[in-house]
Design a binder for this molecule. Structure first.
Ligand code: SAM
Length: 297
């Protein structure tokens, strides 16, 4: 490879290598990844990378790009390499130890914001929990977009809480988001109006079949939900009655494909409230992704 060849051509080749080796879904995505990695190596924004395509790559940036490309070809998540991921219009710092926030989780945030707006306490302060907060994606997005919300976010993994802490600081939400270490709702003493969670829900058997980029790099505790994938929902449901207020509350849970009916049953059985109303929300792929149970509003 001669150094004079244009950047555009060399990034196309890098895209082809990415496409051949891992789950970059299509040519456009592979090219995008190559451009983003070169942007990280050179300090250029993506549009500047594209504009520089006819010239050879910068000689000082290319070795750094090669090193980043090697990491990506070794199945490290793109978001870990770039050190960040966009979620619900905000930038979250991410890296080893926390799950990369997924687009489908925006469905949960959207539904949560509606529930907060419609909750009888929305004129005052709605007390919201996010169990298993990871990077803080749900808790911090909700706090940023609902000024009526005070959010208590927990995680059992110390590494994840560190990422959530960095993001909370960067987003300037230290006064309205409390971070706590522990099992689901167990560390919380405040009565709760709304409980949110995106718990690990992949059954153990399916975990081994996941793409390497998830299986090797992301924390297993963030992904695997025990033998049936439903164990974390049983754990959370058992804790709900002692933490929720009696009169008006909501529980919104992200679920895996095909799990909505099971999770609905688990939550309703734990609550024992004949006045509960259930709604499910579909993600952009049409999958029933969020189970919402409301009582009293
Ligand atoms: C699927 S990830 C979700 C992360 C983040 N909420 C999001 O949506 O991107 C699940 C998170 O739950 C945490 N977790 C797993 N078991 C837990 C438990 N028993 N108590 C608290 N957090 C738990 C994991 O460490 C991980 O951060």
């Amino acid at each position: 490879m001669t150094p004079e060849r244009p950047l555009r051509e060399r990034l196309r080749e890098a895209g082809e290598r990415l496409l051949a080796v891992h789950a970059a879904d299509d040519v456009d995505e592979a090219r995008l990844e190559a451009e983003l990695l070169y942007g990280r190596a050179s300090g250029l924004r993506r549009e500047q990378v594209i504009a520089a395509g006819a010239a050879p790559p910068a000689t000082d940036a290319w070795p750094t790009f090669e090193a980043l490309l090697t990491r990506r070809l070794g199945h490290e998540p793109l978001a870990y390499i770039l050190g960040q991921r966009e979620f619900y219009g905000l930038t979250f710092q991410v890296g080893p130890g926390c799950l990369v926030p997924r687009p489908e989780t925006e469905t949960l945030v959207e539904a949560a914001l509606t529930a907060i707006r419609e909750h009888p306490r929305s004129g005052r302060l709605v007390r919201v929990a996010d169990a298993g907060t990871g990077s803080g994606a749900i808790a911090l997005s909700v706090a940023r977009h609902a000024s009526a919300a005070k959010v208590f976010a927990t995680d059992i993994a110390a590494d994840a809480l560190q990422w959530a802490g960095r993001n909370r600081k960067q987003l300037g939400l230290t006064d309205r988001v409390v971070l706590l270490a522990g099992d689901l709702l167990e560390p919380l003493t405040e009565p709760l109006d709304i409980v949110l969670a995106n718990l690990p829900y992949i059954p153990t058997e399916d975990f081994e079949g996941l793409p390497e980029v998830i299986r090797i790099s992301e924390p297993r505790i963030a992904v695997e939900g025990g033998e049936t994938g439903l164990e974390p929902f049983h754990g959370l449901a058992a804790q709900l009655p002692e933490h929720l207020v009696d009169d008006a509350f909501a529980v919104l849970l992200e679920v895996g494909a095909g799990q909505a009916g099971f999770v609905e049953d688990i939550v309703l059985a734990a609550l024992g409230r004949p006045d509960a109303r259930v709604t499910t929300h579909r993600d952009l792929r049409g999958i029933r992704r969020v189970v919402e149970v409301r009582v009293g509003f």
